[in-house]
Write a protein that binds this ligand. Structure first.
Ligand code: IMP
Ligand code: MG
Length: 178
């Protein structure tokens, strides 16, 4: 464990088991529908790459990058699309793949956008959910772990672009962002 981490919240082993389980559930759910999985850059990358390898069904992938956080641990409440998907979503089953749902603003907006573009269905899988932080009405459809209101890093998640490469999910020491 590195010095910046207060405690390991979810171990590498626990992540691997959960991702395999979610992949199996999603494979059953989306069998025969060739879903378009949309990964949200950059935080969702490890989760995205791991879960698609537990989904042995026909599917397509694409990516979006949105900003909401800037360089702080609090959301600005403003969603800006930095990179959009390149596929036509009309009539497609869209599955967003996200690292964590916090205030809910990002995914609520992205869901609305896909429906506006006439997607057949829009759902979200998020590895983590921080329910206590929600400020808009949004729920992910397939959640890995419910976590308390603490700022976490690792397995894709960052603080100021650092710690994304940790293989586990840990709570950052407050002194690191104060
Ligand atoms: P929301 O729009 O507030 O739900 O923001 C979701 C985004 O905020 C996620 O995709 C993360 O990039 C970021 N985020 C929220 N909580 C954390 C955290 O504890 N650690 C790292 N990033 C976080
Ligand atoms: Mg993110």
């Amino acid at each position: 464990m590195i010095d910046a981490i207060e405690e390991v919240l979810i171990s590498q082993d626990a992540i691997e088991k959960k991702v395999a389980e979610l992949g199996q559930t999603l494979s059953q759910e989306y069998a025969g529908r060739k879903p378009l999985l949309v990964g949200i850059l950059k935080g969702a990358c490890p989760y995205f790459m791991d879960i698609i390898r537990h989904m042995p069904i026909p599917l397509e992938i694409d990516f979006m990058e949105v900003s909401s956080y800037g360089e702080a641990t609090n959301s600005s409440g403003q969603i800006k699309i930095i990179k959009d998907i390149t596929k036509d979503v009309k009539g497609r089953d869209i599955l967003f793949v996200e690292d964590i749902i916090d205030t809910g603003q990002t995914l609520k907006e992205l869901h609305a956008l896909m429906l506006k573009r006439h997607a057949a269905s829009v759902k979200t899988t998020a590895l983590l959910n921080k329910q206590d932080r929600r400020i808009v009405d949004f729920q992910a459809d397939y959640v890995g772990f419910e976590i308390p209101n603490a700022f976490v890093v690792g397995y894709g998640m960052d603080f100021n672009e650092q710690y994304r490469n940790l293989p586990y999910i840990g709570v950052l020491k407050p002194k690191c962002y104060q």
